[in-house]
Design a protein. Structure first.
Length: 67
């Protein structure tokens, strides 16, 4: 189910793939399904699409200030 894990976990996995240099946008959903066995193919593709669409915004967001 799509909300089984928070997107942050999925995005961390995809960020790790990108950092590793093994990034392949075609195979990214397969990697997600292997890492998160409850994730269906259509859900994995949706997560990848969300990750791509928000990548720049998440990378340029200022860090939270300590309280």
């Amino acid at each position: 189910m799509r909300n089984m894990y928070p997107d942050a976990e999925y995005f961390e996995h995809l960020d790790g793939l990108r950092r590793s240099g093994e990034w392949n946008s075609v195979l990214a959903p397969v990697s997600l399904m292997e890492a998160f066995p409850g994730l269906r193919a259509d859900e994995a593709r949706a997560v990848c699409n969300d990750w791509r669409a928000t990548y720049h915004e998440r990378r340029t967001r200022p860090a939270a200030r300590p309280v």
